[in-house]
Design a protein around this ligand. Structure first.
Ligand code: GRF
Length: 196
């Protein structure tokens, strides 16, 4: 009997990458199971999407905790309870602290809407347009304690056409994200997905 790799999605916003990963699983293109959503924003759209899919979630308000360590201890308990093997950040707008990093070394990945190391942090799409680059793109990387600084796993370029608006570039980048994230996760978990 084969066991699927158990992943948790961490998200704070819309959740289109969560949906893309879920679609890839349903289509049989990704041998994983999303077992938990972790969300730090109770009103986020991704929470309703997970609920509709009957996905278990841990939704918390950081303001109700004394510090990052305190809520990350709760997150780790949930991850252990759900036997999570990989953490997939998909629009989780927070740096990961040592409590989580130490428990999931080289098991936490993130997607960022630029060709890192260019344009880390907030509004990467706007930063790229302001800089006048002709090419931007998508990066998937391991997560470390820095802001979008971890080792790069995969990248795909997106051409920036003259006069392109931020919304247009964002749409193109997200289209790439929705393919590149599931396929990269599949590559990472491949040795696990064929275990018996
Ligand atoms: C994505 O563009 C991703 O690159 C960034 O946050 C965004 C999340 O979008 N880290 P969504 O919530 O998955 O639609």
């Amino acid at each position: 009997m084969s066991a699927k790799t158990r992943i948790a999605i961490f998200a704070s916003g819309t959740g289109s990458n969560y949906e893309a990963i879920d679609r890839a699983i349903q289509a049989g293109d990704l041998d994983a199971e999303i077992v938990l959503l972790v969300c730090d924003s109770p009103g986020a759209k991704v929470v309703a999407k997970a609920k509709k899919n009957q996905l278990a979630s841990f939704v918390f308000d950081p303001k109700t905790y004394p510090n990052k360590q305190a809520f990350e201890i709760d997150i780790v308990h949930k991850l252990k309870a759900y036997q999570v093997e990989w953490i997939v950040l998909a629009g989780y707008m927070r740096l990961i602290g040592p409590t989580l990093l130490n428990q999931y070394q080289r098991r936490i990945i993130n997607i960022h809407p630029s060709l890192l190391p260019a344009f880390p942090g907030l509004d990467a799409v706007g930063q790229a347009l302001d800089a006048g680059v002709k090419v931007s793109g998508v990066t998937i990387h391991y997560v470390d304690s820095g802001m979008d600084t971890g080792e790069i796993i995969a990248q795909e370029a997106v051409p920036v056409k003259p006069g392109m608006t931020k919304a247009e570039l964002q749409t193109l980048i997200q289209k790439v994200e929705h393919k590149l994230y599931p396929s990269t996760i599949q590559q990472l978990i491949l040795p696990e997905s064929i275990r018996l």
